[in-house]
Design a protein around this ligand. Structure first.
Ligand SMILES: [Mn+2]
Length: 269
């Protein structure tokens, strides 16, 4: 793909349009390109779409990166750009998959109306800057960077989860995992664990139990005070969370236990 000179989206840009722009800027050498916004469906200066390879349209104009010629729910502008620029990046695939699903849900019944979500954020930017879609795009670029970072982390966590340790506790299945990013409650609980333990690259450790379980980590906390008393173990008042170091509260003293040793402590109870 040639270096774009102008990237063209539609007025009041939505998530799909913004994600496609972000992909071109981040992975498609469009960092220096001008952004332009036209009424949805139209083209830059009403020229035939894709007639100038340096003018790239996304989510409008009916060209190579517009999906409105089809009702294929696996397609979006962002997906078309992703396939062109970076077809085998698993984190990007996850991000764009969400974008595509959100794009089609919005066009359909609007089933996303639960908690405040990324569409609401974009709607807020479009309400703040109704005549300045460039502002909306500039505001959303770092959000998409952060989302991509998050998806890269999820991919790493899934890889680490594949090397998990499983063990039995008196409450049910326990899972232990060690990774740069620590553990993932979402992965552990969806796999059926009642409790999981983790250790991250900084040596932060923790044990967490499902909210609806009857797990009480108080005895394990007492044991840890005996054998690892110098470390900053903290038992949450709910008694289903036992932590030694979190990004919110870095510990003064890390645990001296390995993850396996922590699992042995858990198994004894
Ligand atoms: Mn779209």
């Amino acid at each position: 793909m040639v270096t774009p000179r102008v990237v063209v989206g539609h007025l009041s840009p939505d998530l799909d349009c913004l994600a496609a722009i972000w992909l071109l800027i981040r992975f498609g050498r469009a960092k220096e390109a001008d952004l332009a916004f036209v009424p949805a469906g139209r083209t830059f200066d009403d020229q035939p779409v894709d007639s100038d390879p340096q003018i790239v349209h996304v989510d409008t104009g009916g060209g190579r990166f517009d999906h409105h010629h089809t009702d294929d729910s696996t397609l979006s502008a962002a997906e078309l750009v992703r396939r062109e620029l970076r077809p085998s990046d698993p984190a990007l695939q996850r991000l764009v998959d969400h974008v595509t699903r959100i794009d089609h849900a919005e066009a359909g019944a609007g089933r996303l109306a639960t908690f405040f979500n990324i569409n609401d954020l974009i709607a807020g930017y479009n309400a703040l800057y109704p005549n300045r879609p460039h502002h909306v795009a500039q505001a959303m670029l770092p959000n998409l960077d952060a989302w991509y970072e998050h998806e890269q982390r999820q991919v790493r966590l899934e890889r680490a989860f594949a090397a998990r340790l499983e063990f039995q506790t008196r409450w049910g299945l326990g899972i232990a995992m060690q990774s740069d990013d620590g553990g993932s409650s979402r992965l552990a609980y969806s796999y059926g664990a009642v409790l999981y333990a983790y250790r991250d690259r900084r040596g932060y450790m923790g044990i967490a139990a499902q909210r609806r379980s009857s797990v009480d980590l108080t005895p394990i906390y007492s044991d840890l005070m005996q054998i690892d008393g110098a470390a900053d173990w903290y038992l949450h008042p709910g008694r289903r969370l036992l932590l030694c170091g979190t990004p919110k509260s870095p510990p003064q003293t890390l645990s001296s236990l390995s993850l396996n040793e922590l699992v042995e402590v858990i198994k004894r109870r």
